[in-house]
Design a protein around this ligand. Sequence first.
Ligand code: 5RP
Length: 228
Amino acid sequence: MVNLDAEKLVAARRAVEFVEDGQVVGLGTGSTAAHAIREIGRRVREGLQIVAIPTSLATEALARSLGIPLTNFDEHQKIDIAIDGADEIDSNLVAIKGGGGAFLREKIVAQAATRMICIIDSSKLVPQIGAAKLPIEVLPFAAGFVQAAVAAMGAQVSLRRKADGSLFATDQGNAVLDARFGLLSNPEALARKLTSIPGLLAHGLFLSEIDELITGRGDQAECLRRSA
Ligand code: 5RP
């Protein structure tokens, strides 16, 4: 039986090897990113000099607890290296992210990063994305309107709720819709249509933001670069 958490750790450790003194580092959200953040924390305690921009309040709290110096986009508008997980990704490095609900900030950090490394366990590398639900962040005022518009595009859409049944809210206080379109033959066209819906603030499709993929497979880290 594959130990997916061990594979996440393998991928995270390899990615953190690329972090260097003096860099601004983007910190992702989720269990795989948390492995990387703990590894960065270990290196900071050993003397690594970096500042980091977290993609969520949870990541900010973890980074603070590990003594990682934090910064923000008022201080630094460019990120040298960002490390984050994904829910599904294909070999063209097109991904679905946002299982943890942090995808709006994750997309900003990914786009600001010169080098965006996605780290995953081997179960997340798929021939075609779309089995995972596609998260969509919406202005609460527009949630019903956006849900109807996305459903009219052929998806099964639900408003994300927490385990206790209350509505999930992002760190920005917005709602999240989870959409199931099935396997995506044209993610670019879907992204364009989604972006045109007013009230829709972000979707979890990452088309071009990811530069490199590191997959933990057993105890090996497999690296894949976006082709030019
Ligand atoms: C959070 C994300 C995560 O990177 C994604 O959900 C993967 O999470 P995990 O590493 O816990 O499997 O996009 O918004």
